[in-house]
Design a binder for this molecule. Structure first.
Ligand SMILES: CC(C)(COP(=O)(O)OP(=O)(O)OC[C@H]1O[C@@H](n2cnc3c(N)ncnc32)[C@H](O)[C@@H]1OP(=O)(O)O)[C@@H](O)C(=O)NCCC(=O)NCCS
Length: 252
C-alpha cells in the first residue's frame, strides 16, 4: 500500500480508537467497538488489512468472542485489497471516500451571519450538544461527553454560531485531529434548523485556516457516498484520494 495512504489510514484508526471502549487486533483485523455509540458505521468497525488470509476464520472468532453488546460491526476494507471478502457473502453497506483538499489552492470566505470559535472548556458542553443534535444521536450524549472531555487536548474543536437579528444560536460543529503529520476533519454537523445556510462551508473554511496556520498543505476527510455530500466537497476543491468498501457484518 502507498505509504501516504497507510499514514492517513492510521490517522483515521487512531481517531477511532479514542472513541472505542474496546480496541484490539486479532490476526489481520483491527477491531473498534463502543456499544454506547449505537449502531455507528464509523466507530463500530473492523479494519481488514491488505493481503489478509483466513478472514473467514477470524470473523467467526470475532463473532463468537467479541460481540461487546453489538448486533453488527462494519467491515472497512480499502478498495483494491486482494483478499477474499467478496467470497464471504457479506452484504455491502456502502462506499466511503477519503478526500483531500490542497489547502494552498483553497479560497476562504466568510459569512456575516456565521461566527466560528475554537472551543475552550467553557464551550465544551455546547459543542457536545450540537454534535449530538446534528447527528440525531442525543441518546449517546453521556458517552460523547466522556470521550470528548477525556481527549479534549487531542482535538481542535470548532463551533459555529448563526446570528438572527443579533441573537446568536449554536448551529454547527466539527473537529480536527492530527497524527502522522496529517490533519483530518471529523464530526462535521449542522443542526436541522440551520442547514443549507452555509454553516458547514464556514466550518470547513475555518478548519482550513487553522490547518494552514499549523503548517499543513492538505486536509483529509471521509464521506459515505450514499449520504450524497461528495459533490459539495468536490465543489470546495476536495479530491478523492482512495476509497473503502464497507460491509455489514452481523453477529447474530
Ligand atoms: C452535512 C451537513 C454538515 C451539511 O451542513 P450544512 O450546514 O447544511 O451545509 P451548508 O449549508 O454549508 O451546505 C453547503 C452545501 O452542501 C450541500 N448540501 C448540504 N446539505 C445537503 C443535502 N441534504 N443534500 C445534498 N447536498 C447538500 C449543498 O451542496 C450545499 O450547497 P448549496 O448551499 O449550494 O445548496 C449537514 O447536513 C449535517 O449535519 N448532516 C448530518 C451529519 C453528517 O452526516 N455529517 C457528515 C458529513 S460527511
Amino acid at each position: 500500500m502507498d505509504s501516504s495512504i497507510e499514514e492517513i489510514d492510521d490517522t483515521e484508526s487512531s481517531f477511532c480508537s479514542l472513541w472505542s471502549t474496546a480496541h484490539t487486533k486479532i490476526d489481520c483485523v483491527e477491531l473498534f467497538s463502543n456499544p454506547n455509540l449505537g449502531d455507528d458505521y464509523f466507530f463500530n468497525r473492523l479494519n481488514i488489512q491488505a493481503n489478509c488470509s483466513n478472514i473467514s476464520d477470524t470473523l467467526n472468532f470475532i463473532k463468537n468472542n467479541h460481540p461487546y453488546g453489538l448486533n453488527n460491526y462494519y467491515i472497512h476494507l480499502i478498495h483494491n485489497n486482494k483478499n477474499s471478502i467478496t467470497k464471504l457473502n457479506i452484504s455491502k453497506f456502502g462506499t466511503m471516500k477519503i478526500l483531500t483538499l490542497d489547502i494552498n489552492k483553497y479560497t476562504t470566505h466568510g459569512s456575516k451571519h456565521i461566527e466560528i470559535k475554537v472551543v475552550d472548556k467553557v464551550l465544551l458542553n455546547d459543542w457536545i450538544d450540537i454534535f449530538c443534535r446534528s447527528f440525531d444521536s442525543l441518546e449517546t450524549k453521556n458517552e460523547v461527553t466522556t470521550i470528548i472531555s477525556q481527549h479534549y487536548d487531542k482535538f481542535t474543536l470548532l463551533i459555529a454560531y448563526y446570528y438572527i437579528d443579533e441573537i446568536k444560536f449554536p448551529a454547527g460543529c466539527c473537529l480536527l485531529f492530527e497524527k502522522n503529520g496529517k490533519i483530518g476533519l471529523y464530526c462535521l454537523g449542522t443542526t436541522y434548523q440551520f442547514r443549507r445556510k452555509g454553516v458547514a462551508r464556514e466550518l470547513i473554511s475555518n478548519a482550513v485556516k487553522i490547518a494552514k496556520n499549523k503548517g499543513y498543505d492538505s486536509i483529509i476527510l471521509q464521506t459515505l457516498t450514499k449520504e450524497r455530500f461528495e459533490e459539495f466537497y468536490k465543489r470546495l476543491g476536495f479530491k478523492t484520494l482512495y476509497k473503502k468498501i464497507l460491509y455489514t457484518f452481523y453477529l447474530n
